[in-house]
Ligand binder design. Sequence first.
Ligand SMILES: *Cc1c(COP(=O)(O)O)cnc(C)c1O
Length: 247
Amino acid sequence: MVVGNWYAHGVTASKADHAAYIGTNLKAVYARIARAAALAGRPADEIGLVAVSKTFPAADVLAAYQAGQRAFGESYVQEAIAKIETLSGLTEPIEWHFIGPIQSNKTRAIAECFAWVHGVDRLKIAERLSQQRPTSLPPLQLCLQVNVSGESTKAGVIPEEAGALARLVVRLPNVRLRGLMCIPEPTEDVALQRLAFSRLRQLMREIDAQGIGLDTLSMGMTDDLDAAVAEGATLVRVGRAIFGERK
Ligand SMILES: *Cc1c(COP(=O)(O)O)cnc(C)c1O
């Protein structure tokens, strides 16, 4: 019994330490956003943070939630749904963002369980999400993923076609087009990071000028969020800086 108690005590202490670690990291990310916003002359409160919890357990999401975080991002449908169910009883509900690649056979689950979808790059996917969104829920909020670096990753609509896609998606009934999203090619060169993000900002301005009301630029992750905020990000998606390295 004594051994058992020692063991249980050890587990409890390390869980509390880990929750404190996540809380501290979360504060540091908000401070980083605030500093980048101040440097850009922007109010920090126009930049939202999606805490990317993919691969991390529900306990880690709960730790961030208890530190005040409400928006979380997930990339894998099965894994996400398990967490969404585990965490469904909270007094203030979590706002779940789907940020992964979208397969057509997963659109129903996504339409039923998430508030936002960031990676829409085809009309067919947007149509399915709209058809399958339960009308008892508010419209599903969408961002179109744009391939701003035009390289290796195939995901994302090419910039030249983003406007045409936006004009079609904006007409769908149970979704609400909010803006654009990108995952640029990783680089440590801050000037190159900014160039990619500035392309997305300019593209949003062009599409907006066609009378499609967009207000969201979903861009910036752990390694490039400062550049994204400098270029106008309104939602940054950050995982490792909050939860630690993924295995
Ligand atoms: C994993 C992921 C993130 C978070 O990346 P970090 O480097 O952990 O901050 C953001 N956006 C998308 C689309 C992702 O897949």
